[in-house]
Ligand binder design. Structure first.
Ligand code: ATR
Length: 272
């Protein structure tokens, strides 16, 4: 049987095995998918053993996405621009390809599941950490009118914007500099939600019909989505669909079939 797994630390609460097993049933693909706890300094050794024993592919989560980036023999363009790898695939010649499906997972969730448009829109991204770096290239590939990256540490937003400037109109700024600007799509990629914090956002940031997306998710709406709703956002969505979306893109890379994410998102939502 073709063998897949997710490596992480911690890993106990990973939903990836449930998601990929549901995809396998849905598409009729014969595979196994397990979660594996890996010691902080043990990624390379564990990955070598996994592939030497015939493993076909891995998902990589915190804190190993940079280790996976170094481990891969070759990288997709989106993994290269993300600077991190969340998917490894053993190719037929035995070499290991590194990919990053987080950004496409988010873009597919936004466009296919929520029916929002990015193309031609004014997009604001909050945060300039690893999560935001991972989604910028697939987002810019949709050809938004402009992308503004706002971050507490302005220099990080500016540096990120500069390194993605060849992919489209993108600039970095502070939260203060958002005063009197208007956006159609706002994406929260800060980790502020994790601690129940909200970045300091000005009023009147949302255009009419604005859509707001949080890369985080939970049983209750995140503080950012509560704020967005109060500001009159037409639609709000959390990142549960991004989680399932990145898994679907990994499944596509490994198996050549793209699963339908919506039934899996519904099942997971009911379990939150
Ligand atoms: P991740 O991998 O989740 O992106 P990260 O690389 O540590 O994690 O980045 C976290 C992001 O959330 C950063 O943009 C951080 O802002 P700084 O660059 O200024 O540190 C942002 N962030 C975290 N807590 C925040 C808060 N309370 N308010 C605003 N931004 C916050």
């Amino acid at each position: 049987m073709n063998k897949y797994a997710v490596f992480g630390n911690p890993i106990a609460h990973s939903k990836s095995p449930d998601i990929h097993r549901a995809f396998a049933i849905q598409t009729g693909e014969a595979l196994t998918y397990e979660k594996q706890w890996v010691a902080e300094d043990g990624f390379e050794a564990a990955a070598k053993v996994f592939f030497a024993e015939g493993g076909c592919g891995l998902n990589i989560t915190v804190p190993f996405k940079l280790d996976a980036f170094s481990f891969a023999d070759a990288l997709t363009e989106r993994a290269q621009t993300a600077g991190a790898v969340n998917t490894l695939k053993r190719e037929s010649d035995g070499s290991i390809l590194g990919d990053n499906t987080d950004g496409q997972g988010m873009v597919s969730d936004i466009i296919d599941n929520h029916g929002w448009t990015i193309s031609g829109k004014r997009v604001l991204i909050l945060g300039a950490g690893g999560a935001v770096r991972g989604v910028l290239q697939p987002l810019l590939a949709q050809q938004p009118e402009s992308v503004v990256i706002a971050n507490r540490t302005v220099s990080k937003a500016e540096a990120l914007a500069k390194s993605f400037s060849q992919y489209g109109a993108v600039k970095g700024c502070s939260f203060d500099a958002l005063q009197s600007q208007i956006f159609d799509v706002i994406i929260n990629g800060t980790s502020a939600s994790l601690s129940g914090d909200l970045p300091p956002l000005p009023e009147q940031l949302l255009a009419a019909n604005a859509c707001c997306y949080d890369m985080m998710y939970g049983a209750e709406p995140t503080v950012f989505l509560v704020w967005a709703d109060k500001q009159g956002a037409q639609q709000c969505a959390d990142g549960l669909g991004m989680l399932v979306g990145q898994a679907a893109e990994s499944f596509l890379l490994w198996r050549g079939v793209k699963p339908d994410t919506s039934p899996v998102i519904s099942t997971l939502r009911a379990q939150l």
